[in-house]
Design a protein. Sequence first.
Length: 247
Amino acid sequence: MTQELAGRVALVTGAGRNIGRAIARDLAAGGAAVAVNARANRAEAEAVAAEIVSAGGRAIVALGDVTDPAAVEGMVHAVLETFGRLDILVNNAALRRELPFAEMDFAAWRAVLDVCLDGAFHCARAALPALRASGHGTIVNIGGLTGHSGAARRAHVVTAKAGLAGFTRALAHDLAPDITVNLVAPGLIDTAREAARPHHRGGRRTLVGREGTPEEVAAAVRFLAGPRARYITGQTLHVNGGAYLPG
């Protein structure tokens, strides 16, 4: 692979593990300097940054809760202080919880929307001046298959991810032509989880006969962040092995 992102700087939220970690590593492999965000787990974020540095890349840790506007402003400030610019924002931070709607109180509902949807708003707002100044500004939001297909026990997650798809299309209009904004929607990705296998996966199958990897999602993000995707904006790129085929 070429160093097509050489000279660029990326901020990846929720980058301490799984898909976020793979995205941070792949953007760094493309030549970008990467700010690795985690809400509070410094050890995970430092481990990802260390992997990037050991491979010859540049990385810093940017701890911060994406639901806190002041913390997000601090993260962006740290990126600019260290690298002098910000070209790529990947809104990956999310909560992927399951709960029957009849048992879901407003606090459970808000907790997911606060991270997935409001967090993307706070990060895009804070990064906007730097992305506009970049000349190569790119926002990639990480959605999900169920945001398009729906799923039981995930009213909060489905709503947040569907909202991200709408947010993506709206920002594509508002921020053109300076900044491209796209969404990558993973589905059935083999990731490490603290909870049991998600209930909504029980009846789903992929056409390719396997689950995807975080690295396959990261490849889609890297493409959308790169110079060959500057004519692509407002789009959703599904990475799900054919588990969901939009009409």
